[in-house]
Ligand binder design. Structure first.
Ligand code: FAD
Length: 447
């Protein structure tokens, strides 16, 4: 069939901030018959990452910070699948359907890559296999359970060395995720220690390690110094100017040679662009980000575009836009407009955006915020701003209400210490045994 006689196939890879923003704009602006949109993502929901630290501490329920992709789209076709590879010569994407494991190739006329980033441990010895990341919903759920387990384990032993190890949590990385997670862990322990009378508050050690000289590097120094003072006041030990050298079964060793005995290392020290399209001929920076022009078109390819965390997007002043949700949601509409312009034979436009600022919540009703003009707000007002802004930004009225409800409950009740193993193999086997059934794997439906 002649291309001119049928709609252009626009395929979007990734259903996060960037991918959804592109799809929504295309849905709104494409004329009937001009293009058909397919969005492929490995989960059927988008994750609202700014609230992930609160999920890891049990303040927010896991389901409340995700929004189903289908509910955010009007007529785009959604495919629940893992993107495996890209065949640029055949104009096809190779995917594996998440639930059935079936492989398929999907053709495109315009391709948008919005696959985000993954956690990087920089190849440090022993680190990748021992740390807990805070990037996905699973990470947050696992971490929350882990923190509860630590208290159960510490309560079940009288060996002081073992108790110390269980009750020491190390957070590596003093950027906004590490700072927010640390503040949230303090709140979790503070809230639930009443249920563990054998554990004194002074026994719990939370250590935050930042390789640079201050917390929140890259933001106004007052934000870092306020955060450090606030966390210290709440009992956090902060180590700056020292990085992780390696990890082993007993804990971690810092570059200075200092050793910290711990069973729990939370890693928020590095992200790298998604490795998924690694084997394709797309140009990449040393970090692995896809090289695009200011209009998001991948260098050397007329029909491939990239945005968000997986792309290196020139800011027009010699640098690159930072990998934040704030940027990805603004990049999406401009990229979509450029695809439409291309389909209509019109010129594309460069992306330009001045960041609104950054905010980090410290828990305990405190936060730090960088406002336009590089002004800094700290304390309760910053926290109020953080909550109001992100609540407004969370997609879906039902999600907004659920989160607001979680926050209200938290004012009245301690955090939940129910230890959830619902989806684990162990829990499934014991549920099957209880029901008098042979053990079976309910994790994948095998349909
Ligand atoms: C804990 C945490 C807190 C954060 N807080 C903030 C904040 O407060 N403010 C802010 O501006 N930014 C924040 N960020 C950064 C922000 O989340 C990212 O910059 C943003 O998500 C980037 O959007 P994206 O569309 O590029 O990628 P993402 O939103 O990560 O979307 C990528 C999508 O691609 C899917 N995907 C990936 N690989 C595959 C594959 N192979 N096959 C199929 N699908 C795939 C993923 O499942 C995901 O849906 C935070 C990040 C984290 C981890």
């Amino acid at each position: 069939m002649n291309r001119a006689s049928r709609p252009a196939r626009v395929v979007i890879l990734g259903g996060g901030f960037g991918g959804i923003a592109v799809a929504q704009r295309l849905e709104r602006r494409l004329r009937p018959g001009e293009g058909e949109i397919t969005l492929i993502s490995r989960e059927n929901f988008s994750l609202f990452t700014p609230m992930l630290p609160e999920v890891s501490s049990g303040e927010l329920d896991v389901r409340h910070v995700v929004t189903p992709i289908r509910s955010q789209l009007r007529h785009a076709h959604f495919v629940l699948a893992d993107v495996r590879a890209l065949d640029v010569d055949a104009h096809e994407v190779q995917i594996t359907h998440t639930l059935t494991g079936r492989d398929e190739r999907i053709g495109y006329e315009q391709l948008v890559i919005a696959l985000g980033s993954s956690t990087s441990t920089f190849g440090l010895p022993g680190v990748a296999e021992r740390v807990f990341a805070l990037k996905t919903l699973e990470d947050a759920g696992i971490l929350r359970n882990r923190l509860v387990w630590l208290l159960e384990l510490a309560d079940s032993t009288s060996d002081p060395a073992l108790r110390r190890r269980y009750l020491t949590v190390v957070v590596v990385g003093g950027g906004f995720t590490g700072v927010e997670a640390t503040g949230e862990f303090v709140e979790l322990f503070h809230s639930v220690l009443r249920f563990y009378p054998s554990i004194d508050r002074a026994m719990v050690r939370i250590i935050l390690i930042e390789g640079g000289p201050v917390l929140l590097p890259g933001l106004p120094p007052r934000m870092g110094s306020y955060s450090a003072a606030n966390l210290r006041k709440r009992g956090v030990e902060i180590i700056t100017g020292d990085g992780v050298a390696r990890a082993d079964d007993d804990g971690i060793v810092l570059q200075s040679g200092a050793r910290i005995e711990t069973a729990t290392i939370v890693w928020s020290a590095g992200v790298a662009p998604s490795p998924t399209i690694g084997g394709s001929p797309l140009p990449r920076t040393k970090r692995g980000a896809i090289v695009v022009g200011r209009d998001f078109r991948v260098e050397g390819f007329r029909d491939i575009w990239a945005l968000g965390d997986c792309a290196a997007i020139p800011d027009g002043a010699g640098g690159f836009y930072p990998p934040t949700a704030q940027h990805a949601i603004r990049e999406g509409p401009v990229l979509a407009d450029n695809i439409i312009a291309t389909l209509r034979g019109q010129p594309t436009k460069p992306f330009s955006f001045n960041a609104l600022g950054m905010m980090a919540s410290l828990g305990a009703r405190r936060a730090v915020a960088q406002l336009p003009g590089n002004h800094v707000l700290t304390g309760f007002l910053a926290w109020f701003l953080w909550r109001s802004y992100y609540l407004l930004r969370l997609p879906g009225l039902d999600r907004k209400l659920r989160v607001a409800f979680d926050w209200t409950l938290e004012l009245l009740f301690p955090r939940d210490i129910a230890e959830l193993r619902v989806y684990s193999r162990e829990a499934q086997s014991s549920a099957a045994a209880d029901a008098g059934l042979p053990p079976h794997d309910a994790e994948l439906p095998h349909i």
